[in-house]
Design a protein around this ligand. Structure first.
Ligand code: C5P
Length: 380
């Protein structure tokens, strides 16, 4: 792996020397970028000698922030001070390291290190929540004795733990195949009118992105949404439930996991009009049930690990568990329909053989990652 190691100005900066040594031992290539403040805590010459490469300090030498970040597999900032985290939470780019982070097209890991009260400060908490939502991966901090003599949260994770986190985390699902449905389906009444369900597709797309990030191969079968398909996924746009079922069945072979996030319309019109139905008093539509895509997949001889979603207006536990049984699936994610539909945040409960796991309100991006961790646990 080619890693950019960013060092910011805290006393834990001295541990960065050990980190460089550990990465090199694993065979990684390290490029060190330090802030001016970091160079007050540890000499750039130390890191240059260990990494075998010149250490970069200034953004005024060349267009390094673009070139450097293009060639890297990951950026790791260790230690990451409260000040630096505040910068990346707000997209500031006033030195080489923060510019690199803003220009990156690779994962960003940060190992926070600060005094316990700085860690607990409301502003830091807000910044941490924000960078998490932006997809930055946090390593630590841990609890323990601090350089200032106080004891508490904010101690940088040990270099060994940081180094092993970077190998272990990015591709946890590599080799696994995920088929995901997302968005609504639309069922024609006539050429200009449809029956549909409320669904933005945001949760399904977030699950697809999280699976891709973890190294899975992803096929995304999606009803109409206003979203861009995630880069790297095999994307199959559909509109009706029947089309969604066909696309799923054509691609189900060899899948390890099937996540049915789509809000499939329960009914379709028996004989949709071939021309626009003229308005004339009452209109009676005859509806027939759509096929249950999830139940069809879970009923296969050798089904993939199936995960369903249940959006309910009341009695969430009871209704979700009933669906789990009826569809014969090992895991279902429940949420109360309301502001979750169309919004960027949600609050979910994951029901499985392990019981009910309640995940507090968070961005759909963060929830998708947490859901994948649960799926991973059950797969192994
Ligand atoms: O519509 P319902 O509440 O039963 O949806 C529960 C789960 O079943 C969801 O995961 C949804 O994607 C899936 N489903 C499906 N095919 C249907 C209806 C629902 O795959 N026709």
């Amino acid at each position: 792996m080619k890693i950019i190691l960013g060092i910011t100005g805290g006393i834990a900066a001295y541990k960065a020397a050990e980190l460089v040594r550990l990465f090199l031992k694993k065979g990684d290539e390290i490029e060190v970028v330090m802030t001016e403040a970091a160079s007050r805590f540890i000499a750039p010459l130390t890191l240059q000698a260990l990494s075998g490469k010149p250490v970069r300090l200034s953004q005024w030498e060349d267009m390094a922030h673009i070139d450097l970040s293009r060639g890297a597999d990951a950026i790791l900032v260790a230690p990451a001070t409260a000040d630096f985290i505040a910068k990346i939470a707000n997209g500031l780019a006033d030195d080489l390291l923060s510019s690199l982070c803003l220009a990156r097209n690779c994962p960003l890991y940060i190992a926070p290190a600060m005094n316990r009260q700085m860690w607990e400060n409301a502003a830091t908490k807000r910044n941490i929540e924000r960078v998490r939502e932006d997809g930055v991966v946090l390593i630590g901090p841990g609890e323990g004795l601090q350089a200032c003599g106080e004891t508490g949260m904010g101690r940088m994770s040990e270099p060994e733990d940081i180094a092993s986190f970077l190998v272990a985390s990015p591709k946890r699902l590599s080799g696994k195949q995920f088929l995901i449905t997302a968005g609504p389906t639309i069922e024609p009444i006539d050429p200009v009118r449809v029956i549909t369900n409320r669904s933005s597709g945001k949760m399904g797309y977030a699950v697809a992105r999280a699976a891709l990030e973890s190294g899975a191969e992803v096929t995304l079968v999606s009803g109409p949404t206003g979203l861009f398909p995630p880069a790297g996924a095999k994307y199959i746009p559909v509109s009706t439930a029947a089309e969604m079922l066909d696309a799923v069945m054509e691609n189900i072979h060899g899948q390890d996991v099937f996540v049915a996030v789509a809000a499939v319309a329960d009914y379709r019109v028996v004989n949709p009009g071939t021309s626009k139905i003229k308005k004339a008093g009452k209109l009676l539509l005859e509806l027939e049930p759509n096929p249950d895509i999830l139940a069809t997949v879970s009923g296969l001889d050798n089904p993939p690990f199936c995960v369903g979603f249940a959006a309910e207006t009341e009695n969430l536990d009871e209704n979700a568990l009933l669906k789990l049984k009826r569809k014969k699936i090992p895991m279902i994610v429940g949420n109360l329909a309301g502001d979750a539909i169309g919004g960027d945040e949600n609050e979910i409960v994951i029901y499985s053989g392990e019981g009910a796991k309640r995940l507090p309100r968070s961005s759909k991006k963060v929830l998708a990652r947490q859901l994948l961790e649960e799926i991973e646990k059950q797969l192994s």
